[in-house]
Design a protein around this ligand. Structure first.
Ligand SMILES: Cc1cc2nc3c(=O)[nH]c(=O)nc-3n(C[C@H](O)[C@H](O)[C@H](O)COP(=O)(O)OP(=O)(O)OC[C@H]3O[C@@H](n4cnc5c(N)ncnc54)[C@H](O)[C@@H]3O)c2cc1C
Length: 273
């Protein structure tokens, strides 16, 4: 019997019962805020993933093990795995996650999962990565990997959060934009567009409002200096399911379609709950 439900969520089992998982060790924990953390773990032997994929991980509680899906933020070539998570109030898994510290055990399934990867797109020049909150995670991995920089001319990462202190990975993204990985002579150009929905923007660079609003009123395209087009734009959406559903609808109105197994399209999505 699988340790996971189809959506990558929980199902209790003891560590011994999960032949699919291997025990690893937490190697570092960085707190961005009291609710947001980046943590690293040792990497299971032979673990190989494509940037954009997620791991299924388990932590013990008094009733056994709790399992959840977490996107890798590390590059596939990194020696350790890195993840970016939020502590959900009263959340079964994240209540356990809140207490982790270096040296703690954590279980990781031997196989990575997920289809929100750049190689799903067969054409297009501009890659738009639209994220809410921790949904930025897979895009950090994608941008740490040289592949995407050689594949697209323009990379636009949109990160929308409630409060300005939730705009994690700022410094690293700024550095990546100036110095892409891989020493490519023709690396794409990265623009990071940040938006807050509850705070006033701290500076003129930060936008105010939800991704769907900024799509509808044209601010995203204006800020990026790029049109969203069926021919040129490929779009990845990750995070809050309401944002994804509404954005899908807006993209449909513009003639865009999801990428299907053997059918090229303009966008791919990943819901976090
Ligand atoms: C494919 C996939 C990849 C995921 N990757 C990540 C990741 O990289 N980082 C991460 O923090 N979470 C990620 N999640 C969500 C994660 O698996 C758990 O749902 C989350 O940690 C909450 O678990 P919990 O048991 O503490 O809360 P639960 O008791 O399961 O409560 C779930 C509720 O918490 C809220 N919630 C869940 N996840 C989030 C979130 N990320 N941000 C805001 N609210 C949330 C929702 O309202 C949801 O209904 C991913 C989920 C999927 C399906």
């Amino acid at each position: 019997m699988s340790s996971f439900q189809q959506d990558g969520s929980k199902m209790n089992a003891t560590p011994q019962a999960t032949q699919k998982a291997t025990q690893q060790t937490v190697t570092s924990v960085h707190r961005w805020t009291d609710k947001l953390l980046t943590f690293t773990t040792t990497k299971p032997d032979g673990y190989s993933f494509t940037a954009g994929q997620y791991a299924r991980m388990g932590l013990p509680d008094e009733s056994g093990m709790i399992w959840r899906a977490y996107s890798m933020t590390s590059a596939p070539s990194d020696a350790e795995l890195e993840f970016y998570g939020i502590i959900v109030e009263g959340g079964l898994f994240t209540t356990q996650l809140d207490g982790i510290k270096p040296g703690d055990p954590i279980w990781i399934e031997r196989q990575p999962y997920g289809f929100m990867t750049v190689d799903r797109f067969t054409d297009g020049n501009d890659l738009w990565m639209l994220s809410t909150g921790t949904g930025i995670g897979p895009f950090i991995s994608i941008l740490r990997d040289p592949y995407v920089w050689g594949r697209f001319h323009n990379l636009v990462l949109v990160h929308c959060v409630r409060h300005a202190d939730e705009l994690a990975y700022r410094d690293e993204l700024t550095a990546l934009a100036q110095n892409p990985p891989g020493n490519l002579s023709n690396a794409g150009r990265l623009q990071v567009i940040r938006s807050v929905t509850r705070d006033e923007p701290a500076d003129s660079k930060t936008l105010s409002g939800r991704i769907t609003t900024l799509l509808q009123n044209g601010e995203l395209e204006q800020r990026a200096g790029l049109p969203l087009s069926v021919e040129g734009s490929r779009i990845m959406l990750c995070g809050n399911p309401e944002m994804i559903e509404e954005t899908r609808r807006l993209l449909h109105e513009r003639g865009m379609r999801p990428v299907r197994r053997a059918i090229p399209g303009q966008f791919v999505t990943e819901n976090y709950w």
